[in-house]
Design a protein around this ligand. Structure first.
Ligand code: CA
Ligand code: CA
Length: 448
C-alpha cells in the first residue's frame, strides 16, 4: 500500500502530467506551465502568489489567508454571510472566504432585494427635488449645499453601509469554480491592511444610487459616484487575479443626461490609491466600463509607493484609465487591449502616465479598428514616463510614445524611467498569439 507521501507525489506527478497536456493543448508558453504546476500542487483556496510574479511578490510576498484554520474558512453565498465572514477590519487572523454563486450587495440581512428608493426612504431625498434645488441656471455654478444635498448624503450613507465590504489583512477571497461566483452591485474596500488575495470573481454593476453634482469638475461639471468594484487604499501586498469587472447589465449609455452631463452611477473598476504599494493585477478582464483603473488619487498621492504590476489582462470596451498611472513604478506587460466600441463604451485612450509616473509598458498587444489612431492610445501631463518596447498594434511592433509625441506639440511623454523591472515571472516576449490565449484563460470562471 502506498504511503501518504507516496500518494502525494503520485498525485503531484499526475497533476504535472495533466498540466503538461493542457499546455500542449492550448499552446501556452513554458512560463505558464511552471505557474500552473506550482498552483495545482495546492487547492485554489490555498494558492499564493508565485515568486517574482510582479510587485506583490516583493517583500514577504502575498499569501492572503492561506494559513487559515477551519474556524476561519468560510463558504458564503449571501451578503449577510459575506459580512460575517469578513469580520472586523482590524482582525488580522488569516481567513479564506469562498464565494459560491453571485452575491447581490443590494439586499438586506434576510436576503430581500433593496432598491435605491429603499435607501432614500426617510431621508427626504428625491432626484427631482435635487435637480430643482441645484440647477445651475438658478443655483449657480457652486457646490451643492443645503437640504437636498444633506438628504442625498444621508441616502448615500445608507447604501454605503449595505454595499461596501471591508477586507481585513491576511484574507483570501475566491470564487468557487462552476458557480458563477461574484458580487453584484458591491464595493470591496481593502484599506490600510496587508496581504490580500482576490480571485475568480465577477464584479458587476457597482452603482452609486446617489451621484453628486459637481459644477466645478471640468468645464461643464460632472456627476460623480462613489464606489469602485474594488478599491485598494493604503494597502500593501495585494494580488488581484482572474476576476471580471463589468458595468453589465447597466451600461452608461442607458443613463439620462441632467444639467447637460451624463448621470454617472459608476466610478472605478479597480482603483489603487492613497499610498497603496506592491500590487499585482493579472489575468483579469476589464470590460463595459468608463474609468477603469486609477493608480494614485491625486498628483500628490504618495511618493515611493504605488508600485504595481499589471499583466496578462484583457481590456475591451473600456473608455479610459487602463490605467491612469501616477507617481509609482508601474509595469504593464502582456496585456491585450481591444479598442473596439462595446455597448456604447467608446475608448478615449488606454494608458495615461502623469505626475512623474515611471511606467514600463512592454510586450502588450493592441487591436485597433481601422479608423483609430495609435497616437490616441496614450495620454499624459508632460511629467510622466513610458518606457519599454515590443508592443504590437494590429500585429506590427509599434512605438506608442513616438506616435503620441509626434502628434502632440506639448505635454510630451518622457521615455526614460528610474528603474528596471525584475519581478517578471511569466513575461512573454513573443505576443502575437496573446489575444487568442488570453481570450480563454483570463477573467472569472476559468480557474478550477
Ligand atoms: Ca468619480
Ligand atoms: Ca474610485
Amino acid at each position: 500500500m502506498a504511503t501518504p507521501s507516496h500518494r502525494r507525489s503520485l498525485r503531484k506527478r499526475r497533476t504535472l502530467l495533466a498540466s503538461a497536456a493542457a499546455v500542449a493543448a492550448t499552446g501556452l508558453g513554458a512560463s505558464y506551465f511552471v505557474m500552473s504546476a506550482n498552483a495545482e500542487a495546492v487547492d485554489l483556496y490555498h494558492q499564493t502568489l508565485a515568486a517574482k510574479d510582479g510587485w506583490a511578490s516583493s517583500g514577504t510576498g502575498t499569501t492572503g489567508g492561506t494559513k487559515a484554520d477551519a474556524a476561519h474558512t468560510f463558504t458564503v453565498s449571501t451578503r449577510a454571510q459575506l459580512v460575517k465572514a469578513l469580520g472586523s477590519a482590524s482582525d488580522t487572523t488569516p481567513r479564506i472566504i469562498k464565494v459560491k454563486g453571485t452575491i447581490d450587495a443590494n439586499t438586506d440581512d434576510s436576503g430581500k432585494k433593496l432598491s435605491c428608493a429603499n435607501y432614500a426612504s426617510g431621508t427626504g431625498y428625491s432626484l427631482a427635488a435635487y435637480l430643482k434645488a441645484f440647477d445651475p441656471a438658478t443655483y449657480g455654478k457652486k457646490l451643492p449645499s443645503g437640504t437636498q444635498e444633506t438628504a442625498r448624503k444621508a441616502a448615500q450613507d445608507k447604501q454605503k453601509k449595505n454595499i461596501v465590504f471591508r477586507v481585513p489583512s491576511n484574507t483570501t477571497i475566491v470564487g468557487v469554480p462552476g458557480t458563477k461566483a461574484g458580487i453584484l452591485g458591491g464595493s470591496v474596500l481593502v484599506q490600510n491592511v496587508k496581504n490580500v488575495i482576490i480571485r475568480n470573481l465577477t464584479f458587476a454593476d457597482t452603482q452609486d444610487c446617489f451621484p453628486q453634482w459637481d459644477p466645478t469638475d471640468g468645464s461643464s461639471g460632472e456627476w460623480n459616484s462613489n464606489y469602485d468594484s474594488v478599491t485598494l487604499r493604503g494597502v500593501t501586498n495585494v494580488w488581484a487575479d482572474h476576476n471580471t469587472f463589468t458595468d453589465a447589465p447597466t451600461f452608461d449609455k442607458t443613463e439620462a443626461t441632467h444639467f447637460g452631463r451624463k448621470y454617472q452611477v459608476h466610478d472605478g473598476a479597480l482603483d489603487i490609491t492613497n499610498g497603496s504599494d506592491l500590487v499585482t493585477v493579472e489575468r483579469n478582464q476589464f470590460t463595459n466600463h468608463d474609468k477603469t483603473m486609477l493608480i494614485g488619487s491625486s498628483d500628490t498621492d504618495s511618493t515611493g509607493k504605488l508600485r504595481v504590476s499589471i499583466h496578462h489582462n484583457v481590456w475591451k470596451g473600456i473608455v479610459q484609465r487602463a490605467p491612469l498611472a501616477r507617481i509609482g513604478q508601474i509595469h504593464l506587460y502582456n496585456n491585450v487591449y481591444d479598442t473596439t466600441t462595446v455597448n456604447g463604451y467608446a475608448p478615449k485612450y488606454s494608458l495615461d502616465s502623469r505626475a512623474k509616473a515611471q511606467v514600463v509598458a512592454e510586450h502588450n498587444v493592441w487591436k485597433l479598428p481601422s479608423d483609430a489612431k495609435v497616437a490616441k492610445l496614450l495620454s499624459g501631463d508632460g511629467t510622466g514616463s513610458v518606457a519599454g518596447g515590443g508592443n504590437l498594434v494590429n500585429g506590427t511592433t509599434t512605438d506608442l510614445v513616438a506616435a503620441y509625441n509626434a502628434a502632440n506639440s506639448s505635454k510630451k511623454i518622457k521615455t526614460t524611467v528610474n528603474w528596471t523591472p525584475t519581478l517578471t515571472a511569466g513575461l512573454e516576449s513573443s505576443v502575437k498569439n496573446l489575444p487568442t490565449s488570453l481570450a480563454t484563460s483570463t477573467g472569472a470562471g476559468v480557474l478550477s
